[in-house]
Each structure stands twice: as C-alpha cells, then as structure tokens.
Design a protein around this ligand. Structure first.
Ligand code: AMP
Length: 396
C-alpha cells in the first residue's frame, strides 16, 4: 500500500479526492467539520513538500446539476481559515476555467473544484469525465475512505490515468490499516458485536465474520428476528419476517462453527416508541403483546460485558438499543464501557459504522478505544469481504 509518505510532491500538481460531504446549517455554515479536519494533515504534507493541491469532493445528493445548497463554495472560507491560506474555487469541476486555474497554480497553492456530483457522470463512473478530471493534475491521491466502496469517476476510474503516480492519503491509509488489523491479524478471543435496527443490513457482514470470530454478540432491534426464529413471543418489537429463516440458518451455522453466539437474554420494554413511554423489563422469549423491546436488559448487559472484557480483538457495529433516547441508552453504554475496559487491558478495539461512532462519541469514549472508523458503508463492505473499488483501483 503506497501512501503519501512514500513520495515527495515538490513541483507536483496533486489531484486530491477528499470527503467534504459535511452537514450544513440552513445558512450554509458548516455544522460539523470533522471530515474537513481529518484531511488537513494530508493537504499540509503535499504543500510542505512544495506541491500544489487540487481538491475534489462530492457534497450531498444533488439530482439535477447545480444546486446552491450542495455547492462546495460553502466550505471555502472555513477551509481557508483552517489552513491559513487562500483557497481558490473553480465553480465547475471540469472545463476551461478549472483547467486554466489548475495550470496557474504555483507551489503550495490550493484550489477546490465544485461538487463532482453536479455531473451524473461522476456516480456513473464515466471514463471521459474521469479523464477530464485527471487532466487537471499529474498526481492522484485518494483520501476519501467514506466513498471507497463506490466505483465513481473520482474515486476509482480516475486512478488508471496516473500509472505509478498515485497513492493513499493519511485518512485512507489509517482506515485500511486498522480494518486490516481486525480482519487479517487479529488476536483471539475475537469478539464481534453487532447491533442496530435491522438484521437485513448486517447479514453479509455477520456471515463473513463467522469465519473468524470466537464470540458473536447480537443486540439492538435486529435481535428480535432471531428470537422470532426460535419461536419466541416478541410483542411489538422490530421483526423482519422475511429474514426469520435466514436467522435460523445463521444460528445453525454458528453452532457448526463452534462460535459462542450470544443473544440478549432480556430487554427493556416500552409501550410506545418514546422516551416518555411506560417502561418495563421482559425476557426476550416472552415479551408481552402490547410492548416493544427498545434496549437490552440487565442480564444481557452483564453477560455481554463479561465476554467483551476478556477479548483481545473487538469489532463493534451498531447500538444495543435506541440509544438516542436516554431511557434506552444503558445497554449501549454498558457495551461501550466494556469495550473501553478491554482496550485498557490491551485489546485492539475498532468501532465502526455510523451510529456506533455516534454512540461512542455521545458517551465521550472516542479516545478510549483503539480506533473509531469514519467509514460507514465503506467499512461494512470491507468487513463483508468485498474488494473496495477505491482501494482496488489504486493497486492495479
Ligand atoms: P443501524 O443504522 O442499522 O446501525 O441502526 C441504528 C439504529 O437502530 C439507531 O438509530 C437505534 O435507535 C436503532 N435501534 C437500536 N435498537 C433498536 C430497537 N430495539 N428497536 C428499534 N430501533 C432500534
């Protein structure tokens, strides 16, 4: 894996694919700049070497060409503040103006291209569009792990125009190295904790992990489809009827593979999907008809904790309950505490995929685990064992 530390960028014009897909407030100010902050070291390394930088990114999901609310011009001022230098902006990502601006760039100077997704060719992975982008620079760096699972023009197709003048930025390199550590050089016991709303979203990753893990912990809304598969009464809890058979198969396979398969014994239940609902507790084979399970119960918290703290490798994706509501956050918090304790004892712990990262941040533990991935869908697909186009393109 070649990274930017393997190159000197003096006199290079570097096309840098970043993930500036940041949430914007109504007045177009930036609500959360984490993704911008993350790539600053990559930008600075290139500039320090004496290279110039042509930044390209997508923002949101524009439908028909240019849309003001998705313009990347909204990030220019903040980026300029963070870097303490001028950021030129090309209001079209291809075409004469972008070309002239890129040709005029001097060492250490920067420009940002307008939202790549204003062209449908970006998501279609159009070769001609990729070629036009490629013509703006003479070196390609990909630092957008969040889109590495997409075979888009700027994330994958473009790489073929740079022969050996291409590499990963620091964010990509870090994400790949950490995911790889869990997937390929894990220490046992290896525990995977899967949670979140739906089992259908996580089936592929569960199947792939069953070839590796010692313990597989299931929590969150997805657990109830497993209880249904065992003939349990789950009340109004979330169930995916069309996945019941698959859950049976997973449990059978876990048994054949000698995996310690842990479902939550009990739940915190509620009579409505609300923090103000009437709360009770139930064992998961016998949840009353008029309530739903919204968090794992006390027995489950204890059992999961005991397994997690003894692990040497932990992968956690998805909350144990509706952690956004304080009355149903205890299960997720208990797991987070266990993951932190395992980390303290020397385990390698990786938290990944949207909501689990949000949960760990909510409890203030983001610096107390080994690594919190920002990858979301890309990370999940990596663990599903699929090659990611953004990574494969760089290696070919
Ligand atoms: P996911 O994006 O699949 O990881 O799902 C995360 C979402 O699952 C969070 O917003 C949680 O509120 C939700 N969730 C977790 N447990 C439950 C549950 N028992 N019932 C309903 N939703 C849940």
């Amino acid at each position: 894996m070649k990274t930017i530390d393997d190159f000197n960028f003096a006199d290079k014009k570097v096309l840098l694919r970043v993930d500036f897909n940041v949430p914007l407030n109504k007045d177009y100010s930036i609500a959360d700049d984490t993704r911008i902050q993350a790539v600053i070291p990559t930008i600075q390394k290139i500039r320090k070497d004496g290279g110039s930088v042509i930044l390209m990114s997508h923002l949101g999901r524009p439908k028909t060409g240019h849309e003001e609310k998705y313009s990347l011009k909204h990030v220019v001022a903040h980026l300029s503040d963070l870097l303490n230098c001028k950021v030129n902006f090309a209001d079209d990502c291809i075409g004469n103006d972008a070309k002239e601006m890129s040709e005029a760039l001097q060492a250490k100077e920067l420009m940002l291209l307008e939202n790549l997704r204003f062209y449908p060719e970006e998501e279609k992975g159009d070769l001609e569009f990729a070629k036009k982008l490629a013509s703006l620079g003479n070196f390609y760096v990909n630092d957008a792990f969040g889109t590495a699972h997409r075979a888009h023009a700027s994330t994958a197709v473009i790489a073929q125009f740079f022969s050996d003048h291409k590499c990963f930025g620091y964010v990509m390199a870090r994400e790949i190295a950490n995911a790889d550590k869990v997937m390929n050089s894990f220490e046992r016991p290896f525990t995977a904790i899967m949670g979140g709303a739906k089992v259908s979203d996580k089936l592929l990753i569960i199947e792939s992990l069953m070839d590796k893990v010692d313990n597989l912990i299931i929590g969150g809304g997805m657990a109830y489809t497993f209880f249904k598969a065992m003939g349990g009464k789950v009340g109004k809890s979330l169930v995916e009827e069309d996945r019941v058979e698959l859950c049976k198969e997973i449990m059978l396979r876990a048994k054949t593979k000698n995996i310690h398969f842990l479902l939550p014994y009990d739940s915190i239940t509620a009579n409505a999907f609300s923090n103000d609902a009437v709360i009770s507790e139930a064992d998961n084979m016998n949840i009353p008809d008029d309530v739903m399970g919204l968090d794992i119960g006390a027995m489950a918290r204890k059992t999961f904790y005991d397994v997690i703290v003894k692990s040497k490798t932990v992968l956690w994706n998805g909350p144990m309950g509706v952690f956004e509501m304080s009355n149903f956050a205890n299960g997720t918090k208990a797991v987070a505490v266990a993951v932190v304790e395992a980390t303290d004892k020397g385990a390698f712990t990786l938290i990944g995929g949207g909501d689990s990262a949000a949960a760990i941040a909510k409890f203030g533990f983001e610096n107390k685990v080994s690594y919190v991935s920002t990858g979301g869908g890309a990370l999940l697909e990596y663990f599903e064992g699929k090659g990611l186009p953004g990574i494969d393109a760089m290696n070919s």
